[in-house]
Every structure is written in C-alpha cells, then in structure tokens.
Write a protein that binds this ligand. Structure first.
Ligand code: FES
Length: 147
C-alpha cells in the first residue's frame, strides 16, 4: 500500500509540474507579446499618378493640377519639386504660388506656407497636405500620403 500512495503523489506532482510549466510558458509568451513594439500595418504606398513633364514647370514656377478630384499645386525650385494641396487648411481658399518669395499663399486671408507646406504665418493652424513626388526620366508623378 505505501508504494501506491507514493506513486499517486508522484502522479500529482507530475501534473502540478506540467501545469506550472504551462503557466510559465503562457506568462513568457504574454510578456514577450507585451514587450514587443506595436507593429502598425505598413503605410499604403498609394498610387502614383502622372502630373506633368519636367519641361512643363520651369524652375521657380508652379503648375496647378487635379489629383483624386482635388486641386493641387506643383512648385519647382532649382532642383526640388514639391506638390501641396491647392486648398488652404483654414477655410479652404485657393492656394497660389508666390514666385518672388518662393512660398505658397492663401488668397482667402493671406496665410503663408513654406515650400514644404508648413505654415509660416496666418490663421491656418495646420500645414498644407503634400504629395510624395517621384521623377522618372522627364516625367513627374505624385501620390497621396496615406496615414
Ligand atoms: S482660407 Fe486660407 S487663410 Fe483664410
């Protein structure tokens, strides 16, 4: 009889050991998941659309165009090309390119935005939305930034 008690205890100890190991494993997995940085889904690359040819925009000048049903403004400096939303972030007035000062101006209330769409002065609190620009050969393509 004493030997059967011993084996019963061993069986219980064995099960308890397995449960402890399982709990430790689950705790380890949970901790690893918790400590892992949050993985956001990759940004959607968006679709590039043909905007214009390089010849269409002389250095220092700009070009208005429509993309995905919205007006945009492409401005070219010596070696840089930038495209911003053609609508102001304050009240949606039309954005113009000030060739002399190389800034974007809102014709509504005179807000000024820098070449990269950041607000310089005026009532607008938010910068102008910008496009990702890709130049392939002589052709300029733009894509909306997805968030
Ligand atoms: S709408 Fe742009 S500053 Fe008023």
């Amino acid at each position: 009889m004493p030997s059967s008690h011993k084996s019963a205890y061993r069986g219980t100890d064995y099960l308890l050991g397995i449960l402890v190991l399982l709990a430790a494993g689950l705790l380890l997995i949970w901790t690893a998941r918790y400590l892992q940085p949050v993985r956001l889904p990759p940004l959607s690359p968006g679709s590039y659309h043909f905007i214009a040819r390089l010849d269409d925009v002389a250095p220092g000048s700009s070009l208005s165009f429509m993309l995905e049903g919205r007006p945009w403004l492409l401005a070219r400096r010596e070696s840089e090309i930038m495209a911003v939303s053609g609508l102001c972030t304050f009240r949606g007035s039309k954005i113009l390119w000030d060739e002399d000062n190389q800034v974007f101006l809102c014709e509504g209330h005179g807000c000024t935005f820098g070449y990269r769409g950041h607000r310089i002065q005026g009532l607008a609190a938010d910068p102008l939305e910008t496009l990702r620009i890709k130049i392939v050969g002589e052709r300029i393509y733009g894509a909306r930034r997805r968030s």
